[in-house]
Design a protein around this ligand. Structure first.
Ligand SMILES: NC(=O)c1ccc[n+]([C@@H]2O[C@H](COP(=O)([O-])OP(=O)(O)OC[C@H]3O[C@@H](n4cnc5c(N)ncnc54)[C@H](O)[C@@H]3O)[C@@H](O)[C@H]2O)c1
Ligand SMILES: O=P(O)(O)OC[C@H](O)CO
Length: 319
C-alpha cells in the first residue's frame, strides 16, 4: 500500500493511476471538509471528469496516511518542510518520495535534503519528469524519472510505482533529477513571458536553449551528471513546460508578458525557485541571467521590456 500526502492535482492524479491498476492508496489532504466531499462524490475539483477508483481511501488523518512504508509527498515545494514537521512519527526506514519541483527558499536545497533534515531515518527519493496531472489521471502514456541514492530502493520504487501507462526510469543522481525539475519551471516562466509579450517562437527557442545551458551549469556545480539533465527530468520537462498552455508556470509567464494579473492561489513553483536560484548563483559566483530576470519579473521588480534589455545587452560570447 502507498500513502499519498497532498490531495491537489498531482497527488490525486498519482492516486488514480496507481489505484486503477490495483495498488491500494491512502490519499491524505489537509482540509477535512474537502476530504469528506471527495470521499462522498469520488470527484476531485482538480481533475474534472475523472472518477476516483474504489482502491483509494481518502482521509484527513495524517497519522493514518503516514503509516505506509512508501509515502509520496505531493505538496508544493515551499510547503514540504511544514508537511514533514506535521508528521509526528520518525518514519524510520520509510521511503519518502518527493513529488514536488523546486528549491526550498529557507534552506536553498532541493526536496531530498529537506526530507533528510526533517526525517534523518527515512530514505528520500524524488519522482519528477514531464507530466501533467490531467494526462496521468486520464491514463495517457507518461514517462517519469524516479531518483534515489540507494540503488536497490530505487529499483523497488520504480517497480512499485510504474503502471502500464506511467513508465518510470530510475537514476541514482538525485541532485540532477531534482534540479532539472526545479529549474525548468523558471525557464518556462521566461518562455511564457516571451510568448505573452509577442516576442516570437525564435526568441522562445533561444530562451529554451540558453535556459538549458543555465540548468546544466547550476546542476554541474552541485555535482549532477550531465546526462540526467539531458533526460526526462531536465530536457524532457523543459520541452513540455515551455511549450504547453497546460503549464501553470508557462501561463504565469504569459500573464506577465501580457501585463495581466494571475490568480495567486495557483501553484507556480518557478517564482520562488527563481529567487532561490538567484541567491545560490550570487553566493557561488555563477552566471544565471535568465533565472535572474525571471526572479525580478515574478517579484514585480522589472518589466518584460527591462528584462529583455537586460538579456540582450549582455556581452557577446562563445556558445
Ligand atoms: N499538477 C501537475 O501537473 C504536476 C505534475 C508534476 C509535478 N507536479 C508538482 O507537484 C507539486 C504539487 O503540485 P500540485 O499540482 O498538486 O499543486 P496543487 O496546487 O494542485 O495542490 C497542492 C496541494 O498541497 C496542499 N498543501 C499546500 N500546502 C500544504 C501544507 N503545508 N500541508 C499540507 N498540504 C498542503 C494544498 O492544500 C493542495 O491540496 C508541485 O511541486 C508541482 O510542481 C505537479
Ligand atoms: O503546471 P506546471 O507548470 O507546474 O507543470 C506541471 C509539471 O511540472 C509538468 O511536468
Amino acid at each position: 500500500m502507498i500513502g499519498i500526502l497532498g490531495a491537489g492535482a498531482f497527488g490525486t492524479a498519482l492516486a488514480v493511476a496507481l489505484a486503477r491498476e490495483g495498488t491500494p492508496v491512502t490519499l491524505w489532504g489537509r482540509d477535512p471538509e474537502a476530504m469528506a466531499q471527495l470521499a462522498t462524490t469520488r470527484l476531485s475539483p482538480h481533475l474534472p471528469g475523472v472518477d476516483l477508483p474504489c482502491g483509494i481511501a481518502v482521509t484527513p488523518d495524517l497519522a493514518q496516511a503516514a503509516q505506509h512504508r512508501t509515502l509520496l509527498l505531493a505538496v508544493p515545494m515551499q510547503s514540504l518542510s511544514d508537511l514533514l514537521g506535521a508528521l509526528d512519527a520518525p518514519l524510520d526506514g520509510a521511503r519518502l518520495v518527493a513529488c514536488c519541483k523546486g528549491i526550498d527558499l529557507a534552506t536553498g536545497t532541493g526536496p531530498s535534503k529537506v526530507i533528510t533534515r526533517a526525517k534523518p531515518q527515512a530514505l528520500p527519493a524524488v519522482l519528477t519528469g514531464p507530466s501533467f496531472a490531467a494526462d496521468i489521471a486520464r491514463g495517457l502514456p507518461t514517462a517519469l524519472t524516479l531518483a534515489c541514492g540507494d540503488a536497490q530502493a530505487g529499483h523497488d520504487l520504480q517497480h512499485q510505482l510504474s503502471t502500464r501507462s506511467l513508465r518510470l526510469y530510475r537514476t541514482t543522481d538525485v541532485t540532477g533529477a531534482e534540479l532539472g525539475g526545479a529549474l525548468k519551471n523558471v525557464i518556462a516562466i521566461a518562455c511564457g513571458a516571451c510568448i505573452g509579450a509577442g516576442l516570437g517562437d525564435s526568441a522562445r527557442a533561444a530562451l529554451m536553449t540558453r535556459g538549458f545551458a543555465e540548468m546544466t551549469r547550476l546542476a554541474a556545480h552541485f555535482g549532477a551528471r550531465p546526462e540526467t539533465l539531458a533526460g526526462l527530468s531536465g530536457l524532457g520537462d523543459l520541452a513540455l513546460t515551455c511549450t504547453s498552455d497546460l503549464s501553470r508556470n508557462y501561463r504565469f509567464g504569459q500573464a506577465l508578458g501580457q501585463g495581466q494579473a494571475f490568480d495567486p492561489r495557483v501553484t507556480v513553483e518557478g517564482a520562488a525557485t527563481a529567487r532561490a536560484v538567484t541567491r545560490l548563483a550570487a553566493r557561488d559566483g555563477l552566471s544565471m541571467p535568465i533565472s535572474a530576470v525571471v526572479a525580478a519579473l515574478a517579484a514585480g521588480e522589472a518589466t518584460v521590456s527591462e528584462a529583455l534589455d537586460e538579456l540582450l545587452s549582455r556581452p557577446l560570447k562563445e556558445e
